[in-house]
Design a binder for this molecule. Structure first.
Ligand code: GLN
Length: 486
């Protein structure tokens, strides 16, 4: 009985709870039981870093009490959700997968988390991630890697690998992640689920621990497109606490499920289908394109000519901002403090022991590209390239294209430990970093399997074009029959 509850979509689960047919408490218990099963044994998935079952149960009991009182049930009543460990929570720790924040409990709560709780969702845990969201495999966590629930010898992707795995393993139908260069879409593709990166400014970043502020987004995972849309609905909207959040009305995202593909123009950018693309990934995308065409869409080949510059530009802009943002972890204000002989020795000991290798690499790189004499050569140049990438998207969308369809990643999930060269790891975001640089919304939906491993199709839309993007996603899910498969 309880395991069956977790196989329901978020909206079906919520309706059961709202009708009093299932208790939020039973749902929460089922989630913790599931977490215990996948968290045990030699193939333990290592999804959840911090949880407090009694605290979650108490929240669930409040939802049940409200149902019994006859209060109007909120849109996520009793739905378990998992939260990436770089979103601030006031009861559970927020470590960002780092030693430097081990045991840190935030005095304030991220807006996205607060909105989920206000919508009746039950937080069941903080999920594993690459340290400070730097990585594409969750292997850079200070707390050990997360395994892919569909293939435990493989990575779940990253940096939001724990949240993607939580959804794929059935702990929760919805989870929050974060995106700087693909950290929701890439793990969604690797775990066979849906992942949305909304428009920059659509969801408040208040309480999201900063990696690269101009590229950072809160994103959402769902087992189905509808679950992800429901999650986005709950967290979207302006927030006075984030000056970069934008006051544009939030449409009804789930209404996109009724959108017809007739009259839709879908662009396939040729730069996202290079000759080096794995043939079977290309085949899955071609099948997705065919499905959209069969549903009535017009498909055109288009060009985004500056795409090849995206990874180099990203790996200047993101480390530059990171080197500045991470300066606050100095042993004085937060978390870890190692003592040394004097203040400087304290800083050095704390930061060199507190940060892992990848974070250190980014801080060094970022400090270098911002230093006097190199700023113009690297940082300014990268900002110019960023503008060109944004104008590539603007031109294509101005030419009458409603959405773009691309592969989410060049390959399916790779084996744990298989990618040790940082540059090779960076290349797994080659199709996703562009949307962060331009701020446009993008999502990944399941597009079938290659060698038994899931492959994702990416849909990219113009700024605040989430409804069109979701319309394509719902149509694709329907046509490919991928909704809700676990
Ligand atoms: N993998 C990319 C990086 O390491 C993107 C990470 C992210 O989106 N947070 O920077």
């Amino acid at each position: 009985m309880s395991g069956a509850l977790l196989r329901l979509t978020a909206s079906a689960l919520r309706d059961r709870v709202a009708a009093g047919d299932a208790s939020a408490l039973a749902v929460a218990d089922a989630s913790f039981e599931r977490a215990a099963v996948v968290g045990a044994g030699p193939d333990a998935l290592n999804i959840v870093l911090w949880h407090d079952r009694e605290w979650s149960r108490a929240a669930a009991e409040q939802v049940d009490a409200a149902v019994i009182r006859g209060d109007a049930p909120p849109p996520l009543a009793g739905v378990p959700v998992a939260i990436k460990d770089n979103l601030a929570t006031t009861h559970l720790a927020t470590s960002c997968g780092s030693r430097i924040l081990e045991g840190y409990v935030s005095p304030y709560e991220a807006t996205a988390v607060r909105r989920l709780r206000a919508a009746g969702a039950i937080i069941v845990g903080k999920t594993n991630m690459d340290e400070f969201a730097m990585g594409s495999s969750t292997e850079h966590s200070a707390y050990g890697p997360t395994r892919n629930p569909l293939a435990p010898d493989r990575v779940p992707g990253g940096s939001s690998g724990g949240s993607a795995a939580a959804v794929a393993a059935g702990l929760a139908p919805i989870a929050l992640g974060s995106e700087t260069g693909g950290s929701v879409r890439q793990p969604a593709a690797f775990c066979g689920i849906t992942g949305i990166k909304p428009t920059y400014g659509r969801v408040s970043r208040y309480g999201l621990v900063a990696f690269a502020s101009s590229l950072d987004h809160v994103g959402v995972f769902g087992r189905t497109v509808d679950d992800a849309a429901l999650g986005l609905q709950a967290i979207a909207g302006a927030d006075p606490r984030d000056a970069t959040s934008i006051d544009v009305p939030v449409p009804d995202y789930r209404a996109a499920s009724r959108m017809s593909m007739r009259g839709m123009v879908i662009g396939c950018p040729r730069e996202y289908f290079p000759n080096t693309l794995a043939p079977r990934v290309r085949d899955r995308c071609a099948a997705a394109v065919d499905a959209l065409r069969a549903a009535g869409a017009e498909v055109r080949e288009v060009s985004l000519p500056h795409t090849a510059l995206a990874i180099p530009a990203y790996y200047i802009v993101a480390p530059a901002e990171a080197s500045s943002n991470l300066a606050r972890f100095d042993g004085v204000r937060y978390g870890l403090r190692l003592t040394g002989d004097g203040l400087r020795a304290m800083y050095e000991a704390t930061r060199s022991r507190g940060f892992g290798e990848e974070v250190t690499r980014r801080i060094l790189l970022g400090t270098y590209v911002l230093s006097a004499g190199y700023y113009d050569a690297y940082y300014r140049k990268a900002m110019e390239v960023r503008r060109l990438i944004a104008s590539d998207f603007a031109h294509v969308f101005a030419s009458g294209v409603h959405a773009l369809l691309t592969p989410t990643t060049p390959t399916p999930a790779f084996k744990l430990g298989a990618v040790s060269d940082p540059y090779e790891m960076y290349m797994s975001d080659i199709f996703t970093v562009t949307a962060n640089l331009a701020g446009v919304p993008a999502m990944s939906v399941p597009a079938g399997h290659v060698d038994g491993l899931p492959v994702g199709a990416q849909i990219i839309a113009p700024h605040f074009g989430e409804v069109a993007m979701l319309g394509v996603a719902y149509a694709l899910e329907r046509a490919l029959g991928t909704g809700g498969r676990r």
